[in-house]
Write a protein that binds this ligand. Structure first.
Ligand code: SF4
Length: 383
C-alpha cells in the first residue's frame, strides 16, 4: 500500500509540540505546513475541488478532542441485536475511499482528515471507565471513524495504544483495518489484549469498490505477520456484497483465509449486510458512477437504511456461516446490525441480551488459551 501523503498539514495553535505532531513532521517531507486558529475547521467550507470530500482526506489537521473519546458503538440501534461494543476515535476521516463508506455522509462537509493530539486524555478516560468496573470485560475499537492502521506509519498511535491495553486485564483493544500497515505492531507485546482485525470482501470487490485499500492478498499476508507476532486476529465479512458469482467468490475467500492463518488464534468473525441510507446512495451515484453496489435488490428497513432483501440476506448468511464453521469450527461468529428474526433464522436463536453476544466474544479462557494443540472449549463461545 502506498504511504499516505497529505497535500497540506494544518496544526492548531498550541499543538505544535505534541508528540504526534513531532512524529509526523519527522516522517513526512515536503508538505506545506500552516498554523491555524482553534476552530479553524468550523469556519472553513469544504472547498471548491471537483470532489471536495476526496480533497479533504489529504488535508491533515491536528487538533484536540474537546469532548469525550469513549462512546458506545452507534450500531447499537433500537430493534437491532447489539454486541455491546465501545469506540474511541483518535482520527476522524480515512485516507482510503471505499465506494460504500458511511463517512461520505457522516463527514460530508468536512474539509479535513482530523487527528486528535491529546492521546493522554483518551488513555485516562479509558482507564477510569474500565478500572471503575473491574468485573466487566470491555471491547473497545478505534476503527469507527477511520481505518485503525492505515495512517500508523505516519502517526505511530499503535505505540501509544498497544502497551496501554496490554497492561489491562478487563479490556480488549480492536484495531480494524483494510490496510497492510502492521510494521509498527510487530515489535510490541500485545499480551493477548489486542485483536487486529481485517474487513474482507472477495478480491474482485476489494479491487473495484475499496479504493486505496491494500489488495486482498496483502491483507492476508499482513494478518499472518501479526498473528506470528502474538496478536489475536478478527475478520469482518462486512459489507456482504451480492454480485454475479458471489457464492464462488466468498467460498474461495474463506478457503484462502483459513489456509493462510491459524484459526485457533482468531477471536471472532462478524458478518454484516450492505446497508446504505438514501443520502449515501445518492452520494455513491455521484462519486462512484461505476459502482456495482446500487444494482442489487435492496429494500428500506425500519432504521432508515436500505439492505439486501431479507430472504437473500439470510441465505447469504447461512451459506457463509456454513463455510466458516467448516473451515474454523471453534471461531465465534456474530452478525452486525441485524434484527432478532434474522438471528433466529441464521443461528437458530436470538441472544437474550446484548451482554450475551459480548460475553461469547471475550470469554477470558478463550483469549488466554495457548496457541498450540489445546482445546479452547470453543463450543462455549459459539452463538
Ligand atoms: S476503510 Fe473503512 S473508513 Fe476507510 S474508506 Fe473504507 S469503509 Fe470508510
Amino acid at each position: 500500500m502506498r504511504l499516505y501523503q497529505p497535500s497540506e498539514i494544518l496544526i492548531e495553535q498550541g499543538e505544535e509540540d505534541t508528540p504526534v505532531v513531532q512524529r509526523v513532521l519527522a516522517r513526512v517531507a515536503e508538505v506545506p505546513i500552516r498554523i491555524v486558529d482553534k476552530g479553524w475547521e468550523r469556519e472553513t467550507p469544504p472547498g471548491d475541488a471537483a470532489d471536495p470530500f476526496a480533497a479533504g482526506k489529504r488535508r491533515l489537521l491536528f487538533t484536540r478532542q474537546r469532548s469525550t473519546f469513549l462512546e458506545h458503538c452507534p450500531a447499537g440501534t433500537p430493534g437491532l441485536v447489539c454486541c455491546n461494543y465501545l469506540v474511541v476515535s483518535l482520527i476522524s476521516n480515512c485516507p482510503m475511499d471505499c465506494s460504500y463508506c458511511f463517512l461520505q455522509e457522516y463527514l460530508a462537509n468536512n474539509p479535513t482528515l482530523k487527528v486528535f493530539t491529546n492521546v493522554e486524555d483518551l488513555l485516562r478516560e479509558v482507564a477510569a471507565a474500565v478500572d471503575r468496573q473491574p468485573w466487566r470485560q470491555f471491547r473497545i475499537g478505534t476503527g469507527e471513524l477511520s481505518d485503525s492502521l492505515a495512517l500508523d506509519p505516519v502517526l505511530g498511535f499503535s505505540a501509544d495504544l498497544v502497551p496501554f491495553f496490554a497492561a489491562r486485564k478487563n479490556v480488549l483493544l480492536e484495531l480494524k483495518t483494510k490496510s497492510d500497515c502492521v510494521d509498527g505492531l510487530l515489535t510490541l507485546d500485545p499480551q493477548d489484549r489486542v485483536v487486529v482485525s481485517w474487513s474482507l470482501t472477495p478480491p474482485e470487490i476489494a479491487d473495484s469498490e475499496e479504493h486505496g485499500t491494500a489488495p486482498f492478498s496483502s491483507r492476508l499476508a499482513a494478518a499472518r505477520r501479526v498473528q506470528a507476532a502474538g496478536y489475536k486476529l478478527g475478520f469482518h465479512l462486512d459489507p456482504l456484497i451480492e454480485y454475479p458469482g458471489w457464492e464462488e467468490g466468498y467460498r474461495d475467500m474463506i478457503a484462502r483465509l483459513f489456509s493462510t492463518i491459524d484459526p485457533r488464534r482468531v477471536a471472532w468473525v462478524s458478518l454484516g449486510s450492505l446497508r446504505l441510507t438514501p443520502a449515501l446512495r445518492a452520494t455513491m451515484r455521484r462519486r462512484f458512477p461505476q459502482t456495482r453496489l446500487l444494482s442489487g435488490e435492496q429494500v428500506p428497513c425500519a432504521d432508515g437504511k436500505w439492505r439486501t432483501f431479507q430472504a437473500l440476506r439470510v441465505s447469504m448468511y447461512r451459506l457463509l456461516t456454513g463455510w466458516l464453521k467448516e473451515a474454523a469450527p471453534k471461531v465465534p461468529l456474530y452478525m452486525c446490525m441485524e434484527t432478532a428474526p434474522v438471528w433466529e433464522k441464521v443461528f437458530g436463536r436470538t441472544p437474550t441480551c446484548d451482554k450475551e453476544v459480548a460475553r461469547t466474544l471475550i470469554e477470558p479462557n478463550f483469549l488466554s488459551s495457548p496457541l498450540a494443540g489445546e482445546d479452547e472449549g470453543g463450543g462455549a463461545h459459539r452463538l
